[in-house]
Design a protein. Structure first.
Length: 574
């Protein structure tokens, strides 16, 4: 078996010795010896010494399984000769001779013999034997039909398939294939005999036939477990290596001041990065909002300063495509701005009511607002009211979100409860807390809600189905003001929050462990935002009139405590 066509390029053919596949490039079946090991070589007996039955320092890896999995990996990577050599040298065959015979019978179309061989390859579960027999006979049935052997196909269906098939509907489908050739194309299992082998492999126990890519799966699983156990993991998966155990240091957490933005003249209440991470929007008590642009080196500069509100601006919201921005004044109106020009495109107001929150419909065709009359309104972009939900829906201080599928509106409906309202069915679900709620934030995947409480706790709720409390975060300070938190980092694996003690707090999302408390601001930190496109960039807004951009290393552009365009570049850290 080993000497046939060794000089041919590996891509021109596939071999039974690796995984039961099969044919030459011209489609004809390649018949080869199947006795002994997968390579056709006689296997040497395995040593019976106790200490040779396991490998590894902890003695938990069975040597035979380990060698077989390595051989399987070698074949799947195209290293056929190496796989055959491993089988020969170790004396451990990848497949038993009975299994090799079974696979060859499938490839040769020896259906009756292959069904008989099923009972000889070590299958203990009769239900598996029965279903595998059904798959084999079904293939036989289709090939008989394709060969215009209708009488033999009918006999196979009646005497062999029907007794095995528990689904009468499937038997009817097969019968219809005999009557209508066109329906045969809809019913026939796509693929050939190698495809049948793949299906059988999924069905057979791994002790009989090792699943494809088993070694790769084990290695990936080990890497993922190391990743999940790393409290500071915030780097690309591409940076992980098999050469050493993975563990990130704190240097992967944005914890040093990268820039200080000083363009606002009063307290900065809100910051939010755009979805693509190219812009940052900030809102201030000075009645202005600023759109900051992130350059290729990660530095931020003013793109537009947005003026027009008569009252302080409490929040902003980016359109789904990041081309427009909403700004919400304190019980004033909502303004929609063009990001490229800085021009105000539309103002949304309702006589006798102030607007206290804003959000976008996922398609970008509507906007949502919470009003101080405890209603929620959906507006068309031209300013017309499209729909309204009245009642105990919003509070004076309120956040507003809509899930990415456009089905649910999320708002604070009373002091200690968040409402999840289905827009179409009007069904209501609630997150009920034992403390007043000050703010919340929705995860990128729309599965989790981060809820800030009056008692200086942050709660993480799973909102799929019945809301379920899954995490708590403590340590920050909140006594008088609205302090906002956010998800962030790689795969949103961290929680960040502002705090009234002038620090930014960062927790590991899964464990709840407090990782960092970032000092630098001289006033209460009101809001934080983690760049969704850069896990190493975090922004914080403070009562000290500044926004701090946190990164992995301090920015050094030759500015020695100087200023440029309202931006203060730090020198040597915070």
């Amino acid at each position: 078996m080993g000497g046939v066509g060794d000089e041919e390029p590996a891509l021109k053919r596939m071999k039974l010795s690796s995984n039961g596949l099969v044919a030459l490039s011209n489609g004809s079946t390649l018949k080869e010896p199947v006795e002994g090991s997968s390579s056709g070589l006689m296997a040497r007996p395995i040593s019976s010494k106790g200490d040779e039955q396991v490998v590894g320092s902890r003695g938990v890896i069975k040597r035979v399984e380990f060698v077989r999995i390595i051989a399987k990996a070698l074949y799947s990577l195209g290293y056929r000769k190496s796989g055959e050599h491993l089988e020969e040298e170790s004396g451990i065959p990848l497949h038993t001779s009975a299994l090799n015979l079974f696979m060859q019978q499938i490839l040769d179309g020896n259906w009756d013999e292959s069904v008989a061989s099923l009972h000889k390859i070590g299958l203990e579960d009769e239900s598996i034997v029965k279903y595998a027999s059904f798959l084999i006979l079904e293939q036989k049935f289709f090939e008989l039909l394709d060969g215009e052997k209708v009488t033999e196909a009918l006999k196979t269906l009646r005497t062999e398939i029907a007794p095995l098939c528990s689904s009468s509907s499937r038997v009817h489908e097969l019968t219809s294939c005999m009557v209508s050739p066109s329906s045969r194309q809809d019913t026939v299992r796509m693929g050939s005999r190698p495809k049948l082998l793949e299906e059988l492999q999924k069905l057979l126990p791994p002790t009989v036939m090792i699943p494809d890519n088993r070694l790769e799966h084990l290695v990936e699983q080990a890497l993922i477990l190391q990743q999940e156990a790393c409290p500071f993991h915030n780097s690309s998966d591409k940076e992980m290596s098999l050469y050493s155990d993975h563990r990130c240091g704190k240097d992967q957490i944005p914890s040093r001041t990268f820039q200080i933005l000083e363009e606002h003249d009063d307290e900065v209440w809100f910051v939010q990065f755009s979805h693509n991470g190219k812009y940052l929007a900030s809102a201030s008590n000075d009645r202005s909002a600023i759109i900051w642009e992130v350059d290729v080196n990660g530095g931020l500069s003013v793109k537009h300063k947005l003026s027009g509100h008569q009252r302080p601006i409490s929040s902003v919201s980016w359109s789904p495509n990041d081309q427009e921005l909403l700004t919400c004044g304190v019980e004033e109106g909502i303004r929609r701005w063009d990001v490229s020009t800085g021009k105000c495109l539309q103002t949304y107001e309702r006589t006798g009511a102030g607007l206290v929150s804003c959000a976008w419909f996922p398609t970008g065709k509507y906007i949502l607002s919470g009003l101080n009359d405890k209603s929620i309104c959906m507006w068309e972009l031209d300013g017309k009211e499209a729909e309204s939900w009245k009642g105990q829906k919003t509070l004076k201080i309120s956040d507003l979100e809509m899930t990415g599928n456009g089905e649910e509106i999320i708002s604070i409906c009373k002091d200690n409860a968040v409402l999840l309202l289905n827009r179409e069915t009007k069904d209501e679900r609630f997150i009920e807390e034992y403390q007043p709620i000050t703010s919340f934030s929705l995860s990128k995947d729309n599965k989790f809600l981060l809820v800030n409480l009056l008692n200086q706790e942050i709660h993480l709720w799973n909102i799929e189905g019945d809301p379920n409390l899954v995490g708590k975060y403590k340590g920050h300070r909140r006594t008088r003001f609205v302090v906002r938190s956010c998800f962030g980092g790689l795969k949103q694996g961290f929680i960040a929050s502002g705090s009234e003690d002038s620090q930014v707090y960062i927790w590991h999302r899964s464990s709840g462990e407090l990782i960092e408390a970032l000092a630098g601001h001289s006033g209460s930190v009101n809001c934080v935002s983690w760049n969704p496109a850069n896990p190493h960039m975090l922004a914080s807004a403070s009562d000290d009139h500044t926004i701090r951009i946190w990164g992995l290393n301090c920015m050094k552009l030759g500015y020695q405590n100087g200023h440029s365009n309202g931006i203060h570049y730090c020198n040597g850290g915070t």
